[in-house]
Design a protein around this ligand. Structure first.
Ligand SMILES: NC(=O)C1=CN([C@@H]2O[C@H](COP(=O)(O)OP(=O)(O)OC[C@H]3O[C@@H](n4cnc5c(N)ncnc54)[C@H](O)[C@@H]3O)[C@@H](O)[C@H]2O)C=CC1
Ligand SMILES: O=C(CO)COP(=O)(O)O
Length: 338
C-alpha cells in the first residue's frame, strides 16, 4: 500500500532512505533546511555534497517546508545527527500539534545527547506530544548509505517498545535488496547504534598506526563487550547486542573505509589533528560526541569501559595513543567472561 512519508534530513542517510521509499512506490517528501540543496534534488535529482555521482528517483520530491512534508504523512522518519535531532523533533511536534495530526515517528540517528545522555527516542518522546504520535521506532543496523544507494544486500533492525510498530516499518521498507527485522528492545538497539561508532574510531586508529587483523578482531570483540556492559546497565536485553544493531553494525562500521568514524580514526592514527579531521570530513562524525557522553555515563554508573575510556583520552585529553594501547595490553589478567 502506498503511504505518504516525510523524511526529515537530506544528508547521506536521509536522502538514500527517502530514495528507497520512493522507489518502493511511496509518496515521499524529503525535507531539508537548505533551499539550494532542495532545488538541486528536485531539478537534477542529485545531492552532490552527500552522495557523489548518485541519481535519485524522479518520483522523490524535496521540500524546504517541513509543514508540506509532514502534512498527511502517516509516517515521519527523522534522519538528523544527534546534535540536531531534538531541535528538529521539536519543530515537527509543533507542526503536528497545529495540524492536529497523529503520525508514527521513526528515527535513524546513532548517538547519545551531550550532558543528558538521552537516547534519540527519549528526545523525540520529550519533543513530540504523545497525542501526536502513534509510536516511536528506531531503524538501525549495518547500513552504509553508499551500499544502499547501489542496492547492495542490506539487513537492519526496526526496534520499538511496541513491536507492532516495528512490523509496520518492515512492510514499508522491505524489497529485494533491503530487509528489516523487528525487535522490541529499543534501548539495546539505540545503545548498540551509538556506541559502535566509538569502536569504529578505535579500529581506524589501529589501522592508521599500522596494526593488522588480529588487533582489529581483538578490539571489535572486547569493544562489543563494553557496549553490552553499558547497555545492560541501562536496561538493554544482552541478546540485542548479538544482532544487527549490535555486532552487525559494529562489523560494518569498524572494518570499512565507507565509515566516517573509521576514516576519522584512521587519520588520527596517521597523526592528523582532531580539528583538521572534523573540518575535512564535511559530514557528521557521531562517535566523537558519543565518546564523551559514554565516558561520562560509565563514570556515573561505575561501568568499566577501558577501550572507550582510552578513546576519550585520545580525543579530549590529547593522550598518547601508544601509551594507552600499552596500558590496555598490560591490564590485570582476567576471565573473558567477567
Ligand atoms: N550515512 C550513513 O551511512 C548512515 C548514517 N546513520 C546515522 O544517521 C544520522 C544522520 O547521518 P547522515 O545523514 O549520514 O549525516 P550527514 O552529515 O550526511 O547529514 C546530516 C544532515 O542533517 C542536517 N542537519 C543537521 N542538523 C540539523 C538541524 N538542526 N536542523 C536541520 N537539519 C540539520 C544537515 O544539514 C545534513 O543535511 C546520524 O546519526 C548517523 O549516525 C545511520 C545509518 C547509516
Ligand atoms: O552507521 C553507519 C553504518 O551502519 C554509518 O557509519 P558512519 O557514520 O561511521 O559513516
Amino acid at each position: 500500500m502506498t503511504e505518504k512519508i516525510a523524511v526529515l534530513g537530506a544528508g547521506s542517510w536521509g536522502s538514500v532512505l527517502a530514495n528507497l521509499l520512493a522507489e518502493n512506490g511511496h509518496d515521499v517528501r524529503l525535507w531539508s533546511h537548505n533551499p539550494e540543496q532542495v532545488n538541486v534534488l528536485n531539478d537534477q535529482h542529485e545531492n552532490p555534497k552527500y552522495m557523489k555521482d548518485f541519481k535519485y528517483s524522479e518520483t522523490l520530491i524535496a521540500t524546504e517546508s517541513m509543514e508540506d512534508a509532514i502534512q498527511d504523512a502517516k509516517v515521519i522518519l527523522i534522519a538528523i545527527p544527534t546534535g540536531g535531532i531534538r531541535e528538529v523533533a521539536n519543530q515537527a511536534g509543533t507542526i503536528l500539534s497545529r495540524l492536529n495530526q497523529v503520525s508514527l515517528i521513526l528515527h535513524a540517528t546513532k548517538g547519545l545527547e551531550q550532558v543528558t545522555y538521552k537516547r534519540p527516542s527519549e528526545m523525540i518522546a520529550e519533543e513530540i506530544p504523545e497525542t501526536n504520535r502513534r509510536g516511536i521506532v528506531a531503524i538501525t543496523g549495518p547500513s552504509h548509505a553508499e551500499d544502499v544507494a547501489r542496492k547492495d544486500l542490506t539487513a537492519i533492525t526496526a526496534a520499538s517498545a511496541d513491536e507492532s510498530h516495528a512490523k509496520e516499518v518492515q512492510v514499508l521498507f522491505n524489497n529485494d535488496y533491503f530487509r528489516i527485522y523487528s525487535n522490541d528492545d529499543i534501548v539495546g538497539a539505540e545503545f548498540g547504534a551509538a556506541l559502535k561508532n566509538i569502536i569504529a574510531i578505535a579500529a581506524g586508529i589501529l589501522v592508521g598506526l599500522g596494526y593488522h587483523d588480529n588487533a582489529k578482531a581483538a578490539l571489535i570483540t572486547r569493544g562489543l563487550n563494553e557496549i553490552k556492559r553499558l547497555g545492560v546497565a541501562f536496561g538493554a536485553n544482552p541478546f540485542t547486542f548479538t544482532g544487527l544493531s549490535g555486532v552487525g553494525d559494529l562489523i560494518v562500521t569498524a572494518t570499512s573505509v565507507n565509515s566516517r568514524n573509521w576514516r576519522a580514526g584512521n587519520q588520527l592514527g596517521q597523526g592528523k589533528s582532531l580539528d583538521d579531521v572534523m573540518a575535512d570530513m564535511g559530514m557528521v562524525i557521531e562517535g566523537v560526541y558519543t565518546t564523551k557522553a559514554a565516558y561520562e555515563m560509565s563514570q556515573d554508573r561505575h561501568v568499566e569501559m577501558p577501550i572507550i575510556e582510552s578513546i576519550y583520552k585520545v580525543l579530549y585529553e590529547n593522550a598518547d595513543v601508544k601509551v594507552l594501547i600499552n596500558g590496555l595490553m598490560q591490564r590485570d589478567m582476567r576471565s573473558e567472561l567477567d
